[in-house]
Design a protein around this ligand. Structure first.
Ligand code: ZN
Length: 254
């Protein structure tokens, strides 16, 4: 339980509930580091939010170095999946991919101790600040994730699977490992990637559960969002997927 990206600066009064003294509410910012391999793309960014998913981080950085352009936004917070905040007012914890909508962050925030009203205010401010600084102006967001052998796979999204109701379409590639799949929010991305023989899942943007994940927020904003999801250690598969993303970017956005 390390960390605390907390300063003593007062937060913007407009974001606070009226019963919270502004001067006692420290700012919490998400622990973003940005690595650029050349000129940033004005309309595209790549994102890595789960600090324990090292294959995805290394593969994305390797791909960007080959492309020699673009940036990876990377949340770094001690190597764990969840972010823990501990300051003199409150202790809380959250999954960083569940905080991008107001509804999502309400259920994602696990407040351990202290002023939990302040915690949600801090978290909302930090998430909104991250979105407005880095993502809201983009046309395409590429997220990179990893899953475990007993965890998520494309099978979860097939008919009868646990995640099936929130999906519009699923394409299965007999040549791909079920743990290596794209999760997309636009028909354009689905068609492009499915036609190249990858596993692809198209989110149903009307019926998807608002769990605060970046895919839900991006759909609300009508931003093309692609999660490049691969099994832990599947570096070459994830690299091939990112090569397809680079081709997709050049076709539609660059
Ligand atoms: Zn992840």
């Amino acid at each position: 339980m390390l960390l605390l990206f907390v300063s003593s600066l007062p937060t913007c009064a407009g974001t606070l509930a009226s019963d919270i003294p502004v001067s006692d509410s420290p700012v919490m910012v998400l622990p973003v580091s940005q690595t650029c391999a050349g000129a940033p793309w004005p309309n595209i960014v790549w994102v890595h939010v789960h600090d324990n998913e090292e294959t995805a981080r290394q593969t994305a950085l390797h791909a960007l170095r080959q492309i020699q352009q673009g940036c990876l936004l990377d949340l770094r917070h001690g190597g764990s999946r969840e972010i823990s905040i501990h300051n003199n007012q409150v202790s809380y914890q959250f999954d960083p991919n569940r905080i991008f909508t107001p509804k999502g962050r309400q259920s994602a925030l696990k407040c351990r101790q202290g002023d939990c009203v302040t915690a949600i205010v801090q978290l909302s401010h930090a998430a909104d600040q991250f979105l407005s600084q880095y993502l809201v102006q983009k046309q395409l967001i590429v997220a990179v994730h990893n899953n475990h052998p007993d965890g998520l796979s494309v099978r979860n999204y097939m008919a009868g699977g646990t995640m099936a109701p929130a999906m519009s379409q699923v394409a299965i590639s007999s040549d791909s490992n079920p743990h290596d799949f794209f999760y997309v929010t636009t028909q354009q991305a689905f068609n492009y990637l499915a036609s190249r023989n990858f596993n692809v899942v198209l989110q149903n943007n009307q019926h998807v559960h608002d769990d605060g994940s970046l895919s839900v927020w991006a759909a609300q904003q009508q931003i093309d969002y692609i999660n490049v999801e691969a099994g832990t250690g599947h570096s070459s598969a994830q690299m091939a997927m990112l090569a397809a993303i680079w081709a997709y970017m050049q076709q539609y956005y660059l």
